[in-house]
Design a protein around this ligand. Structure first.
Ligand code: C2E
Ligand code: CA
Ligand code: CA
Ligand code: CA
Length: 274
């Protein structure tokens, strides 16, 4: 009986129910937030590696969950992915980002696309629709995708990227170096840009191994003629190192945290006045 009890213990874990309940509650609240337009966007500047002048912004979704406070997109994006909410969330983000970016002529606007959106055969159609609706120049829009999906479906990924590029938008590979990236993939997909993951950039001035790997990664990307952005730049030393390695674009708290669109407008006005 004691054995059976133990076996049952491992099968029935009450904390799993609690987890599931919390997740369900989160999902319900997220659905409501999307439907009632309660998600917002923050914008983080991307700067030229040499002049540090802003060249664009990345849109990052924000959710202030009623009664709980801000929830990280790293928490709610995966839930949106598995609960069928990612399409409407993604559409909201794309439309809002393009609409907002129109007030910043000359700046590019980067939008994160999750595998669930990218997988949808209609994705290209709704990107085309949003471009038309918001009347933003396609060339100013960069869609950032991560590599997870791409490795599972290289053929379809290549086709999707081709169709998107046919619309005139740019496609960037996000979080490069964080997972299974194989540099061999890069050329065949036709990415317009690669973003080096913050986890790699962080170690640039600490660990000789990491530094060399990072340097080799940037050099390889550049040998394919793909421009490289370094993300998660927090110190001057990191900025200097990544520029030396050949990154033409930098992003990180050193240059600006994600902020409201009003603050981006203010920042641009201040720069113009200076
Ligand atoms: P990501 O696309 O790699 O975005 C960069 C993340 O790093 C952002 O976190 C940003 O706030 C943070 N970050 C930027 N510079 C620094 C820095 O110097 N230091 C540190 N410590 N962090 C920095 P955030 O906004 O929490 O977003 C996390 C992830 O959630 C994003 O990673 C992206 O994968 C996903 N995400 C955010 N917004 C969206 C969205 O609209 N759609 C989709 N599909 N995913 C999104
Ligand atoms: Ca990104
Ligand atoms: Ca990233
Ligand atoms: Ca990331």
């Amino acid at each position: 009986a004691k054995e059976a009890g133990r076996a049952r213990m491992t099968l029935y874990d009450p904390s799993m129910d609690a987890d599931r309940e919390q997740r369900n509650a989160l999902e319900i609240d997220l659905r409501v937030a999307i439907e009632s337009g309660d998600l917002t966007l923050a914008y983080q500047p991307l700067v030229d590696a040499t002049t540090h002048a802003p060249t664009g912004v990345e849109a990052l979704v924000r959710w202030n969950r009623p009664g709980h406070g801000p929830v990280s997109p790293e928490v709610f994006i995966p839930i949106a992915e598995t609960s069928g909410l990612i399409e409407s969330l993604g559409l909201f983000v794309l439309r809002k980002a393009c609409e907002t970016a129109k007030q910043w002529p000359g700046l590019s606007i980067s939008v994160n696309v999750s595998p669930g959106q990218f997988r949808n055969p209609a994705f290209t159609d709704y990107v085309r629709y949003v471009l038309k609706q918001t009347e933003i120049e396609a060339g100013r829009v960069t869609l950032e995708i991560t590599e997870g999906y791409m490795i599972q479906n290289p053929q379809r990924t290549r086709q999707s990227i081709e169709r998107l590029k046919g619309l005139g938008v740019k496609v960037a590979l996000d979080d490069f170096g964080s997972g299974f990236s194989s540099i061999g993939y890069l050329r065949q997909f036709g990415f317009d840009r690669i973003k080096i993951d913050r986890s790699l950039v962080m170690g640039v001035n600490e660990d000789k191994r990491q530094r060399e790997m990072l340097q080799a990664t940037v050099a390889l990307a550049r040998s394919l003629d793909i421009p490289v952005t370094a993300e998660g730049i927090e110190t001057e030393a990191q900025a200097v190192a990544m520029r030396l390695f050949g990154c033409d674009c930098l992003q990180g708290y050193l240059f600006g945290k994600p902020v409201t669109s009003d603050l981006i407008t203010e920042m641009l006005e201040e720069r113009r006045a200076a």
